[in-house]
Design a protein. Structure first.
Length: 140
């Protein structure tokens, strides 16, 4: 696994009522959705659409590991900023450090996450090498 100095990407979102539990606090599993959406927007910002990667190159990405640390709650209607920073990659995997912040307080994360994603064959759902054009496009 090669360590990299990836650039941090930020994606804004808001907490909707459907994201919360009965107490108005973001339900813990919802943070995985926020993190996934931010990685998707990171790819999109680089010009890589996941549906096209699947259709044209036969690859998809699958989370193989996610380690989240919950520091403080987000609540209904909070404006959030989700960050994505690739920190390492191998032949098949990319490792990300991600965080969730309140949009007006980006110095104290609400959640921090270490997420590993594997490139897999769409048909066999087995590990597949990251195509070189992806490594180059994402500056991994």
């Amino acid at each position: 696994m090669e360590r990299i100095e990836g650039v941090t990407f930020s994606w804004p979102t808001r907490v909707y009522y459907e994201d919360t539990d009965a107490g108005g606090v973001v339900y813990h599993a919802q943070y995985l959705k926020f993190l996934e959406r931010a990685r998707t927007e990171w790819l999109r910002a680089a010009g890589l659409e996941q549906d096209r990667l699947a259709a044209e190159h036969g690859i998809v990405f699958a989370v193989t590991q996610a380690d989240l640390r919950f520091v403080a709650p987000a609540r209904f209607n909070d404006a959030l900023c989700i960050t994505v920073r690739p920190v390492a990659h191998g032949r098949v995997r990319i490792v990300f450090e991600q965080a969730v912040y309140k949009a007006d307080a980006t110095d104290e994360p609400l959640v921090t996450a270490h997420v590993e994603v594997a490139c897999v064959s769409r048909e066999r759902f087995r590990a597949a090498a990251l195509p070189e054009f992806i490594v180059e496009t994402l500056k991994l």
